[in-house]
Unconditional design. Structure first.
Length: 108
């Protein structure tokens, strides 16, 4: 492993720290520091009618947390609870020890 990547792993707490953007959240029953980016009530209009609906309203969030804080890496379609709200995992990726979890919930 190169020196930069090794230093990055040692400094993950810098990216997810509670003095900047991170706050304590309950992620599937685990209290940990996370950054939540909220795209509430996204209004998606189908341009070609593929959805079968004229409009689809959903709550979409991105959760950034340390992989080491969770018991397992979330997978597509899994139910995932953030604080008191339930979502479905739309996507999950990892960047140098930080999970980026994309979650959706129907607003209707």
């Amino acid at each position: 492993m190169n020196e930069f990547k090794e230093n990055l792993k040692n400094d993950l707490d810098i990216f997810i720290n509670d003095k900047e953007f991170a706050e304590e959240h309950n992620l599937n029953g685990i209290i940990c520091r996370a950054i939540i980016e909220d795209f509430s009530a996204i209004d998606i209009t189908s341009k070609n009618g593929d959805f079968g609906y004229d409009r689809l309203y959903m709550n979409k969030i991105l959760v950034y947390c340390l992989k080491s804080d969770l018991n397992e890496v979330p997978v597509y379609g899994q139910t995932f609870k953030v604080d008191k709200e339930f979502y479905l995992v739309e996507n999950c990726s990892e960047e140098e020890g930080v999970l980026i979890i994309q979650l959706v919930a129907n607003e209707r």
